[in-house]
Design a protein around this ligand. Structure first.
Ligand SMILES: [Zn+2]
Length: 692
């Protein structure tokens, strides 16, 4: 989804410093240190005494280095399903659902009536006697669990109090049986809130057992559907943004068995992969766009429009398929039939969505993929969206966004990418996104780039959004910063944020950690804990801790390993550590599992024998619980300025660190984190200046 506070979608500059750029500095533990606890100095280089022991207790009380760097971060060892390296193990399995969906849109009643035929493959080692499915539309029933917890006003979830006959109506659930799968046997089912349990007559075999179910259903689309679907009325007709529109299989995995958490609004989705074959029947005056590739353009577009599509498929420039002057022209639609059926297919996807409207202007251009394959960028929008820097620019944005993510992280796998002007502020589905019809300029780029970025998280890398929103929104917000910095020479690049100022918001006292389910945090915290803070975490990891080369390789490996699969947080943490070769448990623990703050103080500088020519002893102290590598700037009397980096290991066994700096003249100042790229919570103690 779109993050509501756009100010938070920060871009940090690429650090000027590269890792390991330690200039002329050495950490020296045996020089006579200058410390703020006097007894310690007296005992250096001597045998441990009771004073040392008491001193070490005081050190632990000030900043608990044992807690920060304790071993045993992972509560589970690697398994044959999920390896200790963070990759899928040799026995990794996941189930599969292939959907054949055939629906009809009633534009007057806002009703979708359809049939789903699903082929479910049970690759698990467990025999199944029942199945669980998500009935997400039931969120909008007056008596749903979500309705009871969504505030009456001020929330983006729910249906904004729409009273009506909302929710799924399940007409039948039947099983294809017999050797030729010709017989249909009715199955018993129980609906509990947004879930449906379907009881099999017999069982479903383990290790590859298959069954086919048929479900007849309908629902009335809410006008506003938790900001993820809904209806926008324009002067030339309604725009239907249709999602959560068919009963979806719950994921069955070796982590939780059936994942049956209800849909209450804030937590998004966790879905199985499969192929989709979709038929949507709508009034002939409407244009229907959908995830995947249109199979029957000759039936739903005019001869002239089919020519334009062919031109767009190989064009760098946007080609208009139906322009604004043609919208109300009957000749801009095939004549002769009151209703048309649009046939789309998308393979290897965890979901599919669509949109229909008589108001649509449509344009398209080709997308160049790294392998040489092509995809196609498409936009569908009403005439109201054509304003200065408006939706007529969308297709080029779609093209550039998909091309960037494909070359940087993982090639886009789908035959098309569609941006639909919608009532929804911003919402993602495989191969199709819904963005506000009223966005323009930088706002349109930001929302489109964000929603399209979701094709990578969670559409390609299929994590459990309902539990781990940060693996979806946070990872996506992070890749958006790089995409936006690259788009049109950084035209919409956001200002570099001062991390010292941001630290208060990032690690606010009393807020839960990132590792909190979206449904378990205040709605106002979501933009920070799901989007902003996890994104800043990856920026810190990339630019300050690992360096871009090592980070990018590890992150690309994570995407490749878990493409079209179901990673957990440990699979991510382990992959990042194993590929980069760095123990990062301290960082996961402090930034993701806890809400720890950091603060580093620069202490008074002393010279050896009081002589700047003999070198200086510089001491820094860590006064809060989150350790972090150190960047110092040292200015000397002749006007020289030097940067020094110290590794995070200096905080492994002490809260204080003294190192020798080979000064040859008086030091004027020592500044911690001069570029303000680390989330230091108290800036006043970041600088030491010599008395004049
Ligand atoms: Zn999002």
């Amino acid at each position: 989804m779109e993050q509501m506070k756009t100010i938070l979608m920060s871009t940090l500059t690429l650090a000027l410093l590269t890792l390991g750029q330690v200039v002329g500095a050495q950490v020296k533990r045996h020089e006579k240190p200058v410390k703020s606890i006097p007894p310690k100095a007296a005992h250096l280089d001597s045998r441990p005494s009771v004073f040392d022991y008491l001193d070490s207790l005081e050190r632990i009380n000030r900043y608990n280095f044992h807690e920060a760097f304790a071993t045993g971060f992972y509560t589970k060892n690697g398994t044959e399903y999920r390896a200790a390296t963070g990759e899928p193990g040799p026995k990794y399995w996941q189930n599969r659902v292939d959907y054949n969906l055939d629906v009809s849109l009633d534009e007057e009643q806002n009703e979708i009536i359809g049939t789903s035929i699903m082929t479910y493959t049970n690759n698990s080692p467990q025999v199944m006697e029942f199945l669980w499915m998500q009935l997400d539309q039931n969120l909008f029933k007056m008596d749903s669990r979500g309705s009871s917890i969504i505030p009456l006003s001020g929330s983006r979830n729910g249906s904004k109090g729409q009273i009506g006959n909302l929710g799924f109506k399940i007409k039948s659930v039947t099983l294809f049986s017999g050797s030729k799968k010709k017989n249909l046997i009715p199955l018993k089912f129980i609906i509990t809130d947004t879930r449906m349990q379907v009881f099999l007559k017999d069982h479903l075999d383990a290790n590859g057992g298959k069954l086919m179910l048929k479900i007849e259903y309908s629902f009335i689309s809410p006008e506003y559907g938790s900001d993820r679907m809904g209806i926008l009325t324009t002067k030339n007709g309604k725009i239907f943004s249709v999602a959560q529109w068919y009963p979806r299989m719950c994921v069955f995995d070796e982590v939780s068995g059936w994942n049956t958490l209800p849909y209450t609004g804030p937590g998004e989705f966790y879905l199985e992969y499969g192929d989709f074959d979709i038929r949507i029947t709508a009034p002939a005056r409407s244009i229907v766009v959908c995830s995947g590739e249109l199979q029957n353009p000759q039936e739903v577009y005019t001869v002239e429009q089919q020519k334009r599509w062919k031109k767009a498929a190989v064009s760098e420039q946007t080609v208009v398929i139906r322009d604004v002057t043609e919208v109300n022209d009957p000749n801009s639609r095939p004549l002769g039939k009151p209703r048309l059926t649009w046939h789309y297919k998308i393979a290897n996807a965890r979901d599919a969505s669509w949109s229909a409207s008589a108001s649509f202007v449509v344009d398209a251009a080709k997308i160049n993929l790294p392998s040489g394959k092509l995809s196609i960028a498409t936009s569908a929008y009403p005439s109201e969206s054509i304003v200065d820097q408006g939706w007529q620019k969308s297709t080029q944005m779609v093209k550039r966004s998909i091309e960037h993510y494909s070359s940087k992280w993982f090639e886009y796998p789908y035959p098309a990418a569609v941006n639909v002007a919608s009532r929804v502020a911003g919402m993602e589905y495989p191969g199709i996104v819904f963005c506000s019809a009223f966005a323009a300029g930088g706002g349109l780029w930001n929302v489109a780039d964000h929603e399209l970025g979701h094709n990578w998280f969670p559409m390609i890398v299929g994590s459990n959004e309902r539990l781990y929103g940060w693996m979806d929104e946070g990872f996506n917000t992070f890749i958006n910063t790089i995409s936006t910095a690259n788009y049109e020479n950084g035209q919409y690049k956001r200002n570099v944020l001062n991390m010292h100022e941001q630290s208060a918001m990032l690690s606010m006292e009393g807020t839960p950690p990132i590792m909190t389910a979206p449904g378990n945090m205040a709605e106002g915290s979501i933009s920070i804990l799901n989007y902003y803070k996890p994104s800043v975490g990856l920026i810190l990891l990339r630019e300050q801790i690992l360096g871009p080369d090592r980070f990018d390789r590890a992150f690309q490996t994570y995407i490749k390993r878990w493409a079209f699969k179901h990673p957990t947080p440990d699979d991510f943490f382990r992959t990042m550590e194993n590929v980069s070769g760095e123990n990062l448990e301290w960082f996961w623990r402090g930034w993701y599992l806890n809400n720890w703050q950091m603060n580093i103080s620069v202490m008074p500088v002393h010279y050896i024998d009081n002589d700047p020519l003999k070198g200086a002893l510089i001491t820094i102290e860590n006064t809060k619980q989150l350790p972090m590598p150190v960047i110092l700037q040292i200015r000397t009397k002749s006007g020289k300025s030097e940067r020094i980096r110290l590794p995070v290991e200096i905080w492994q066994r002490d809260f204080t660190c003294t190192f020798k700096y080979p000064s040859t003249e008086q030091i004027l100042s020592v500044t911690y984190d001069p570029d303000k790229v680390l989330p230091d919570s108290y800036e006043k103690d970041n600088i030491w200046e010599s008395k004049k």
